[in-house]
Design a binder for this molecule. Structure first.
Ligand code: NAP
Ligand code: GLV
Length: 306
């Protein structure tokens, strides 16, 4: 069995060593233009040339959860496309989102400002009941985030394409229940995949339907958010603030207004990172399962877009 590795912006050597240790019977090599055809590919942001040359692949394994960029390429039709299925990302996402919600709810930035001004000040405690959190997307990451928020006793709403039942989470699904979901939420967390249906979903109309003093946390993809609409809603004080981990252009251009905005907290697409060892173990297990003719979790439905 031959496996080719083609991941841009990734230190290939430790991946190759880990994959060779996990799959000792396989021939695993770093892709070079003109390389011999392989059975399986491990990829992140490969060039179209890669798929043009490797048109016989059986399995394509992304080393991330989101496959929107891969689906913009022409992939070999017969190959199975597999995304990372948690692989240590869900707990990271839960940590990140809970800290963003709690930091906003507990006014920790305000306390930090007071402290740096030498002021020992108390602010009136706020009530969780006034901060219902809506989670867009109840998949591998969204479900974990929604349940982590429920453990902190926030009222939690979740929105998905198909109905979902999660303890402590009020479920909404489909376009018909979208506006009710928004009207029931004050903090909005985006964990949708980027697809034709979800692109630009965070816009003036949707964000305006949230409860007064709303707060946005976007940890999915930059193209979900209409940036000018967010800026306008922050300036008009309809939105209280935002925590953003993902952007239309990454790295965020240095002259972008988000950098200096007093109501926006930024991080550089780091809310849930690919963990190399865990990911290698997951991908190696799935390649072995596919070789045995078994089905694997995390197969992308290409028509659906996730
Ligand atoms: P997932 O398991 O595929 O879950 C996607 C969820 O979105 C599902 O609940 C799905 O509904 C729902 N959904 C999809 N299209 C919808 C639509 N049109 N209307 C309503 N709901 C819809 O994905 P995941 O693993 O949780 O990851 C979500 C996204 O997070 C990824 O695609 C990626 O873009 C992003 N991500 C970001 C980072 C980061 O570091 N910032 C890291 C990893 C992932 P059903 O359950 O009904 O199918
Ligand atoms: C990161 O954004 C991922 O999709 O894994």
């Amino acid at each position: 069995m031959k496996i080719t590795f083609c991941c841009t912006n990734t230190d290939a050597q430790p991946w190759l060593e880990g994959l060779r240790a996990a799959l000792p019977q396989a021939q695993i090599s770093l892709w070079q233009p003109g390389a011999a055809p392989a059975d399986h590919a491990i990829v992140w942001a490969p060039p179209q040339q890669f798929f043009d040359e490797q048109s016989q692949l059986k399995g394509i394994f992304a080393i991330g959860a989101g496959v929107d960029a891969l689906l913009k390429l022409d992939l070999p039709e017969q190959s199975v496309l597999v995304r990372l299925d948690d692989a240590g990302m869900a707990v990271q996402m839960a940590e990140y989102v809970c800290q963003a919600v709690i930091r906003h709810f507990r006014e920790l930035d305000l306390y930090a400002q007071d402290i740096s001004a030498g002021q020992w000040t108390f602010h009136k405690p706020r009530q969780r009941v006034d901060f219902p959190v809506g989670v867009l997307g109840l998949g591998v990451l969204g479900a974990r985030v929604a349940q982590a928020l429920a453990h902190f006793e926030f009222p939690v709403n979740g929105w998905s394409r198909t109905p979902k039942v999660l303890e402590g989470v009020k479920g909404f699904h489909g376009p018909a229940q979208f506006n009710d979901f928004l009207a029931s939420s004050r903090v909005l967390v985006n964990l949708l995949p980027l697809t034709a249906e979800t692109s630009n979903i965070l816009n003036h109309a949707s964000l305006s339907r949230l409860q007064p003093g709303a707060y946005l946390i976007n940890v999915a993809r930059g193209a979900h958010l209409v940036e000018q609409d967010l800026l306008a809603l922050l300036d008009s004080e309809q939105l209280a603030g935002a925590t953003l981990d993902v952007f239309r252009v990454e790295p965020l251009p240095l002259d972008h207004p988000f950098w200096q905005h007093p109501k926006i907290t930024l991080t550089p697409h780091t809310s849930a990172r690919t963990l190399r060892e865990t990911s290698i173990a997951q991908i190696a297990g799935k390649i072995a399962a596919l070789q045995r003719g078994e089905t694997v979790a995390g197969v992308v439905e290409r028509v659906r877009g996730y």
